[in-house]
Design a protein around this ligand. Structure first.
Ligand SMILES: [Zn+2]
Ligand SMILES: [Zn+2]
Length: 268
């Protein structure tokens, strides 16, 4: 059986099961109360507060105790060029959400964009005071990863968040050149690796101009890719530019990223 046939058959079976048994866990097809998973895979989140713990007021990285929440981390104080980053989950601590994200990215489950997009839309609506002026941009996947997967997960996620929240999403960014997989042996610093790697698609300039721009991604590790996307829009006047990710991962805990398939910035 060819891969495309088994993939299509799997999608058909999932759609059939959804029609007959509407409350199944999207991840394992076990019984569930709603679309956010069974007891084992339950997506537990706080749309108002985002991931738990004391976090940097700008980049949402975890702050060491006893630093109070909202304080700027050393990186944001010293460099200050990272755009504001908001997230729904902590990649290291929220085990169930990590399983969802890995299935969405690496196990041919683009259909998970819908529950994940709905959850992220709740966070977006809790953060954005003027959704009518917002526009969502998916952070473009690495071309090699998009080729392997057959889809660009951040773009699917941006479309799904847009659908749930009633906000426009536009594919306004492109990768312009090859970059090393982030964190690969021999790769340059994250910042040097992605600098100049994105550009604005000109026909979307007017859709982005004067908008409140939200860059949508699955996992943010360093924010270097997000910063490179912000630089790609430098010639366009924006009301604001904020990154919104399913999960925030921490550079200081790299060991827990490996084996988990790594964050978006590690391999797009
Ligand atoms: Zn489940
Ligand atoms: Zn910070």
């Amino acid at each position: 059986m060819s891969d495309s046939w088994s993939c299509a058959a799997g999608a058909f079976l999932r759609a059939l099961l959804d029609a007959v048994f509407p409350n199944l866990c999207p991840l394992c097809r076990g019984a569930a109360e709603d679309g956010f998973g069974c007891a084992r895979h339950r997506l537990i989140f706080d749309a108002q507060k985002g991931p738990g713990g004391a976090r940097c007021g700008r980049c949402s990285c975890t702050l060491p105790e006893p630093i109070p929440a909202g304080t700027l981390c050393a990186s944001c104080r010293l460099h200050g060029s990272t755009p504001p980053i908001r997230a729904l989950f902590d990649y290291h601590c929220d085990r169930a959400s990590r399983e969802w994200i890995l299935a969405f990215k690496h196990r041919a489950r683009p259909d998970l964009k819908e529950p994940l997009g709905e959850a992220l839309a709740r966070r977006f609506l809790a953060l954005e005071e003027e959704p009518g002026r917002a526009v969502l941009l998916g952070l473009p996947a690495h071309p090699l990863r998009r080729f392997e997967r057959g889809y660009d997960q951040a773009r699917l996620l941006a479309e799904s968040v847009g659908k749930s929240a009633g906000v426009r999403s536009v594919p306004a960014l492109r990768r312009t050149r090859w970059t090393y997989p982030q964190g690969a042996p021999g790769s340059r610093s994250r910042e040097a690796n992605v600098r100049g790697a994105f550009r604005l698609v000109e026909r979307y300039r007017s859709a982005v101009a004067d908008a409140r721009v939200w860059l949508i991604d699955d996992v943010v590790v360093s924010g270097a890719s997000a910063q490179a996307c912000r630089e790609a829009l430098r010639g366009v006047p924006l009301q604001s530019f904020t990154v919104l990710a399913l999960a925030r991962a921490d550079r200081r805990r790299p060991g827990r990223l490996t084996g988990a398939g790594s964050g978006a910035e590690m391999n797009g």
